[in-house]
Design a protein around this ligand. Sequence first.
Ligand SMILES: [Zn+2]
Length: 269
Amino acid sequence: MKCNVIRWSQSFGVRVLLLAVASHVACHRAVARADTWADHRAIGPFVCRADFSLQGHEQVFHDLADIQRDLYRQLGVPPGQEQIEVYLFRSRSSYHRYLRQWYPEVPSRRALFIKNNGPGKVLVYLSDELHTDIRHECTHALLHSSLPMVPLWLDEGLAEYYEVPPNARLYRNPHRTATVWSYRLWQRQSIADLESRNQLSEMGRDEYRHAWAWVHFMINGPPAARQELANFLTDIREGKPPGELSTRIARAVPDPDRAIVQHFKSFWK
Ligand SMILES: [Zn+2]
């Protein structure tokens, strides 16, 4: 079995994407050992296995159902047909032990989304960021279970948007303050700028923040922007050439680079 798409989150909070081809047979053997896990949950498409008790973590699983519902309601992304496997580890060391055993080629990162020819897999370990990591990586998993591809910057922007608890998405994302300040300082990135970032090395903290800002704008700003994003994702899902989202948004919204600044000004005045 080839694991050819591996996503992970770096320990300092910047998510990156790795495209790699790594031949190994770990993917299905790991599932076969599921009976060794201490706790499990089945929620919608998610089958979660943990080497610790999941008592007290119920809310984050409700959040996952909420993300799935909102991807459909807000952006027209329907649930995929695939199961998504989530592996939770009680400590960083048990997580790394598992990675060394089953995914030895994967660099050491705080959380992972792995997509191969079969179901998507999310791997996370218990930390202060556990719930954020689960929501972030599971957003990737939901998108990739329904869509054949997602542009890198948009994939991360959506994951950043949905990684906070549902009631924090509008006003309390940690990117908020830096976004407002970056616009005041005229530090801006257009969608076209972000679309040109096709390599991991080109996606830094600023790119993640701006990707989040565009997603926030498209979902909560002019209705035409949200509709165009939904149409773009529908074209991808249906196998139609989607073109560039930057071009489509520019047709749907007059002067989007100005409109996004106005959006954040009015949203947080
Ligand atoms: Zn990510």
